[in-house]
Design a protein around this ligand. Structure first.
Ligand SMILES: Cc1ncc(COP(=O)(O)O)c(C=O)c1O
Length: 397
């Protein structure tokens, strides 16, 4: 018999994928340039030249057997050292190579981090709105997701609601800042309070509650600001990173987990991840892309386009009367729909070739997500379509 759980998952098709498929099909009818497809979080700028150049150099100069060979279970020591050094320099941490575990993107990082700190049946707390894949990640680790409702005014953490959800089974809290789908950047104040709450709840329940910090958008922060580094605030932190967005290389599947040096069992975690890797069939990310990324740790693609796009969309949404917190980073914005039912709102938008994603899948009903990793010329053309849509469908808003 085939596995019933995975078979049943086929009925829960991702709304985002469906919308993206719709946009592709519609593009065949009217030309994709005329479909304002804001559905997928796929980077829209090329990788920096440095990533290409180092990849070429490695291919030309490195000894092929070792370049294309298996990495050690716990990752290429050169990569681990460079990542530790860079994080220490940037964030004042004291990682060693032994705290770094290279992975297949953030998804691979979270898969390992979750398994390191949970036993089957334990709970992982997430804060809405959250990246919908967390459900699959957490279920896949045998844990249970517990969702804290949104704080709609600024998309920071709803601490009052969280208080009622903590219990003796809470194994870890999974945060994502800068946030997909809201674009919120957690402030120092939020991270300080989170650390206080985790310390207090760990004491109350007699075990460490870990922090898993998912940071693929760490480098996409607006207004010249920087994302405060969550691991600086709480010692028991597993930082999950991906180069997918910073270097615009999502297909290469490269990222890492960084285990905070003061984390409980910090000296065992990476070795545990090596063991977890065996069962997951992960066995280290591809050697060449990971090594190339390790030589470009301080580089990024030209991410400025996302801020330009955000400002165009934010100003238009505000002018049209939407309630919308201004994103501090990422390439997402999450306005409140102009009717209670965001699914109906997004369906109507399709008639204007605007592809938005209803917030329901992110546990933010009533909101919708706009992924503006799209070229700016198209964003500019979409503004007229947004105006036409809103003025025709919601004249009395
Ligand atoms: C919040 C968040 N976490 C994790 C991931 C997975 O990242 P990766 O594709 O690098 O595995 C994504 C991808 O879009 C994301 O948005």
């Amino acid at each position: 018999m085939v596995n019933r759980e995975y078979l049943a998952m086929l009925d829960n098709k991702s709304v985002i994928r469906e919308l993206s498929e719709y946009a592709t099909a519609r593009g065949k009818e009217i030309g994709y340039e005329n479909v304002f497809d804001y559905s997928l979080g796929n980077p829209s700028v090329p990788a920096p030249d440095s990533y290409r150049d180092i990849s070429v150099r490695l291919l030309q100069e490195e000894e092929p057997l070792s370049l294309h060979g298996y990495n050690p279970t716990m990752g290429d020591p050169r990569v681990k050292e460079k990542v530790a050094e860079s994080l220490n320099k940037r964030f004042g941490m004291s990682y060693t190579a032994g705290h770094i575990f290279p992975t297949s993107g953030a998804a691979g990082a979270i898969a390992h981090a979750l398994r390191c700190v949970t036993e089957p049946g334990e709970e992982i707390m997430v804060f809405a709105p959250y990246f919908s894949e967390y459900v699959a990640y957490i279920n896949g680790a045998g844990a249970k997701i517990r969702v804290v409702p949104i704080k709609a005014d600024d998309f920071q953490i709803n601490f009052e609601a969280a208080d009622a959800i903590f219990n003796e089974k809470t194994a870890a809290v999974l945060i994502n800042t800068p946030n997909n789908p809201s674009g919120a950047v957690y402030s120092e104040e939020t991270l300080t309070r989170l650390a206080e709450v985790l310390t207090q709840k760990s004491a109350q329940y007699g075990h460490t509650i870990f922090l898993i910090s998912d940071e693929p958008y760490r480098e996409i922060v607006f207004d010249g600001k920087k994302q405060a580094y969550p691991a600086k605030f709480y010692p028991h932190t597993l930082t999950c990173y991906s180069f997918s967005k910073s270097l615009s290389v999502p297909g290469e599947r490269v990222g890492y987990v960084a285990v905070s040096p003061d984390c409980e069992q910090a000296d065992k975690m990476v070795a545990m991840m090596g063991q977890i890797s065996r069962g997951l069939g992960h066995n280290c990310p591809s050697s060449l892309p990971m090594l190339a990324a390790a030589y470009c740790l301080e580089d990024t693609a030209d991410l400025s386009v996302y801020e330009t796009n955000m400002n165009l969309l934010y100003d238009t949404f505000k002018e049209l009367g939407f309630t919308v917190p201004r994103p501090g980073g990422t390439f997402y914005i999450m306005p409140k729909a102009l009717e209670d039912d965001a699914v109906a709102f997004c369906k109507k938008a399709l008639d204007y070739d605007l592809v938005f994603v209803p917030g329901n899948g992110f546990e933010a009903p009533g909101f919708f997500r706009v992924a503006y990793c799209v070229n700016t010329e198209k964003v500019e053309r979409s503004l007229a379509a947004i105006r036409r849509f809103v003025e025709a469908e919601y004249p009395n808003r």
